[in-house]
Design a protein around this ligand. Sequence first.
Ligand code: SF4
Length: 230
Amino acid sequence: MVFGGIQKTSLIDFPGRVGCVLFTAGCNFKCPYCHNPELLSFSTAQVIKNNWVMSFLKERKGFLDGVVITGGEPTLHKDLMDFMAAIKDMGFELKLDTNGSRPGVLGQILEKGLADYVAMDLKTDPALYAEMVASPVEPEKIRTSIQTILDSGTPHEFRTTCAHPMIDADILAGLMDQLSGADLWVFQECQGTRMLEPDFLEKAEIVYTREDVEAFAAQASSCVKEVRVR
Ligand code: SF4
């Protein structure tokens, strides 16, 4: 594992748990609104060693309930499953955040029961991913990850950042068919100045307001058990 950051305590990232958040370095997408651009490349990420992370977690036993592994994209790391198993052995619950690009790894993690909660970013129609995240992405892999999560029985959420042109009412309608029956779909405003493309919002034809995001959530509410706006 190569970590690029740590948040030592979080009350909001792992539902119902006091957790810490580990940020893995490296991502195979280049979302223009990415808030962690320094994590995308192994060369620009600050490197936190595994040993340090394990010592930190040993010290925090009894204070933390859970560990969130986020990115970057955690499933790119070959030793992710071993790392997750070691953390589980220490008695922590685990939440995995993923962009859904590696359904094979995701499926193994869920099958082995290594994740107590999984969150997948759903950025746009799978067929539009390659264009929208400026990276080669096979749409079928995104669809398979969605279905793998839905079939797994693992508590889960899907998260969508409402940015144009990734999301509009028609794209959302297509996604609703694929997410039918999901536990939770979280809609987020696209905001802030710290982005991979700093002028992304300035150049956008449409910038969705909080009311627009709430309308997307209302549209999606018929297909999933719960929607939230963050
Ligand atoms: S938003 Fe997530 S998936 Fe997109 S580039 Fe950033 S870390 Fe990767």
